[in-house]
Design a protein around this ligand. Structure first.
Ligand SMILES: Nc1ncnc2c1ncn2[C@@H]1O[C@H](COP(=O)(O)OP(=O)(O)OP(=O)(O)O)[C@@H](O)[C@H]1O
Length: 471
């Protein structure tokens, strides 16, 4: 490998502070397949500051009115409390992104109004809703005042780390509502902000472990997934039915809001202010999309192995449709001497946390996984995503059935694990027959972005193309 791109791809990684502790109480969990992280924001700051190239890229994009990172304002002008400004600057945030600039004044206005906010992956939606929760809490009251739901424990943990980091100069108290995370016998939670997944949250609300009388903000991250009847819709509705009917500001954020969820979202968050994207704006410019034409399933494995060196320039996530595929290829690669990790929803909570933490902290560079971590996970060093299997509508459906349709939303979220906040990234789809080819074509058409072919038998050419895309 040449060295030229290394400054970009090998930023120093700091060990992140352990996320909110957890002990536990077992409840049924609701998530889909998932991933997670623990961002130490200071490591991100270092990342931005550590290479000239990255700093310039970010600064340029934040002054380009066409970039989703652009903002005409400063954080001061958005009406945030001094303590939160301190938290933001401590994280190295110097300017808001477009979604932050547009959403925060609406989110912080009084009387509070609901919000349905859409913005591309990696453009800073988390800060918008976290700052809102922190701004609305009355710290003098030891009562739960904000609830936030996410589709996976990994994402809930990541969001919590942002709450803790942005709230560093406030007396905020936080608690998890994720499986196996509360001390046994906990009968009362009074933390200001509770972040979790819908099954565990429902359980805590039903048993009145959380008193909802003072709840004034309810956030759904990855809201389209949280409201989709094929996703977590039922469970999310249950949570909503357990909080006060009036006086709660409902905030929905996602990079995607497919038509079939949009109507329901508008009912779930009535009279909401809306910030929406056009279809052609959905994917991020910095992510270059490629495909490789494989001969058959076995050839996909061989190609993945031949990519190993490239996968480990930075960090990579390999998405499979099924847990058993993730396990199978990771076991085989490990047996052949490659260092890879695998993560999916069949693993237990502690194991999941350890796997994602190892990956987040850079100890593992290649993560083989399922849709469980397709959404929200924010790890700056990930510069490559491989769709070993293309995402299909029905996760558990038979990939070879004739009516298998590509799941364009999941595709957008998967490739969005790279190219975070203005960085460059690569995604590679493996296609291996007529059907997967036409599924990819449908994705390409829907997004209106060319997916470029890379030869599978010319590694040198492939490396050149990829490095160019990452520059
Ligand atoms: N104003 C800012 N200045 C610098 N960095 C920022 C700013 N806002 C957000 N970031 C960083 O950008 C990264 C992406 O943000 P975030 O995870 O909130 O994206 P997102 O829009 O929620 O993406 P996704 O749709 O994938 O969930 C994070 O590492 C975050 O710390």
């Amino acid at each position: 490998m040449e060295k030229d791109a290394d400054g970009f791809y090998t930023p120093r990684l700091e060990a992140s502070a352990p996320l909110a502790q957890a002990e536990s109480k077992g409840t049924k969990e609701e998530e889909e397949e998932q991933p997670e992280p623990i961002p130490s924001s200071s490591s991100r700051t270092d990342l931005i500051a550590s290479t000239f190239e990255v700093t310039v890229t970010l600064a340029d994009q934040q002054t380009d009115p066409n970039s989703p990172l652009f903002s005409a304002k400063t954080f001061e002008e958005l009406g945030l409390h001094q303590d939160l400004l301190k938290g933001l600057y401590d994280l190295g945030f110097s300017k808001p992104s477009k979604i932050q600039e547009r959403a925060l004044p609406l989110l912080l206005a009084n009387p509070p109004q609901n919000m349905i906010g859409q913005s591309q992956s990696g453009t800073g939606k988390t800060a918008a809703f976290v700052l809102t929760m922190l701004s609305r809490v009355d710290f003098s009251k030891n009562k739960t005042q904000a609830l936030c739901l996410a589709p996976s424990r990994e994402l809930a943990r990541q969001i919590m780390s942002v709450v803790v980091a942005m709230g560093k100069f406030t007396p905020v108290q936080t608690e998890y509502a994720i499986k196996d995370n509360l001390p046994k016998g906990t009968s009362r939670i009074t933390a200001h902000i509770v972040v979790g997944t819908p099954g565990t949250m429902t359980d805590l609300l039903r048993r009145k472990v959380i008193d909802t009388s003072e709840v004034k903000v309810f956030v759904l991250d990855e809201a389209d997934n949280m409201l989709d009847q094929d996703g977590l819709g039922d469970q999310t509705l249950r949570v909503k039915n357990l909080i006060p009917r009036t006086g709660v500001q409902i905030i929905l954020f996602s990079a995607t809001f497919p038509d079939h969820v949009r109507n329901f979202a508008s009912k779930f968050a009535p009279s909401a202010n809306k910030i929406e994207l056009q279809r052609e704006e959905l994917s991020v410019e910095g992510i270059r999309q490629f495909y490789m034409d494989c001969r058959n399933e076995d050839h996909k494995y061989d190609i993945l192995v031949s990519l190993y060196q490239l996968l480990t320039i930075g960090q990579s996530i390999i998405f499979c449709q099924h847990r058993h595929t993730a396990d199978r290829i990771s076991q085989r690669m490990s047996a052949e001497g490659h260092k890879v990790a695998s993560l999916h929803g069949a693993k237990d909570a502690g194991e999941r946390d350890a796997i994602i933490d190892n990956f987040r902290e850079g100890r593992d560079k290649v993560l083989i996984t399922t849709n469980v971590i397709a959404r929200g996970i924010d790890i700056m060093q990930v510069n490559m995503v491989v769709n070993y299997d293309l995402p299909l509508m029905n996760e558990r459906g038979n990939q070879h059935s004739h009516d298998a349709r590509p799941d364009v939303e999941t595709y957008i979220h998967r490739i969005g694990r790279t190219g975070r906040f203005g960085r460059k990234g690569i995604s590679i789809n493996f296609v291996h027959d007529r059907q997967t080819w036409s599924q990819m074509e449908e994705i390409e058409k829907t997004l209106g972005k060319k997916i470029i072919r890379i030869e599978t038998n010319d590694l040198e050419e492939m490396e050149k193309k990829m490095k160019k895309a990452l520059k």
